[in-house]
Design a protein around this ligand. Structure first.
Ligand code: AOF
Length: 156
């Protein structure tokens, strides 16, 4: 049975980047994977100062609003690198927090879909036919963690 998620307070809400699970990446602690993802848009740009501002945003919603400000231009190759940025964030999140790692593994081989009506790239979009890139990343991370457990590289 397909697993749909979107809002943090709904079932499987911990799969959302807005869930309150911090990650350590690039020598800093990020309150959520959304904070990390949004801040990376401005690495190496004239708006570099925004990275710290986004990291310090009080909520993931505030981080996303800062990261989506149309006044600021993302780094030039953002659309090319954003999948790997997202993969690193999601991977770190589920390696860091055992409870949500167990929840991800509990989904077995089910299809995971970000049921976002607004986002046909990371989610499935309003018509359900979007790319579901975040769901795909979650399934890849699920597979990678399973392999790490099988090889003894990490333990549960
Ligand atoms: N979950 C969720 C959203 N979806 C998330 O938004 C991010 C993409 O941002 P951008 O690349 O700026 O369009 C990505 O983490 C996607 O999963 N958006 C929201 O406004 N609220 C939410 O609860």
């Amino acid at each position: 049975m397909t697993i749909f998620f979107y809002k943090v307070q709904d079932p499987y809400g911990c799969f959302s980047n807005f869930s309150l699970h911090s990650i350590d990446l690039q020598g800093q602690t990020w309150p959520t994977s959304e904070h990390y993802y949004q801040a990376q848009k401005y690495q190496g740009t004239p708006h570099q100062a925004l990275c710290d501002k986004i990291r310090q945003a009080s909520t993931p919603e505030a981080a996303a609003a800062l990261g989506r400000n149309p006044l600021y231009t993302e780094q030039a190759d953002w659309d090319v690198i954003k999948p790997e940025i997202m993969y690193a964030a999601v991977r770190t999140k589920f390696l860091t927090h055992p409870t949500i790692q167990a929840e991800l593994l509990s989904t077995g081989d089910e299809l995971i879909v970000e049921n976002s009506p607004l986002d046909p790239y990371w989610g499935c979009g309003a018509d359900g036919k979007g790319q579901n890139q975040l769901g795909k990343i979650l399934m890849q991370v699920r597979q990678e963690i399973r392999q790490l457990i099988q090889t003894g590289a990490i333990s549960v």
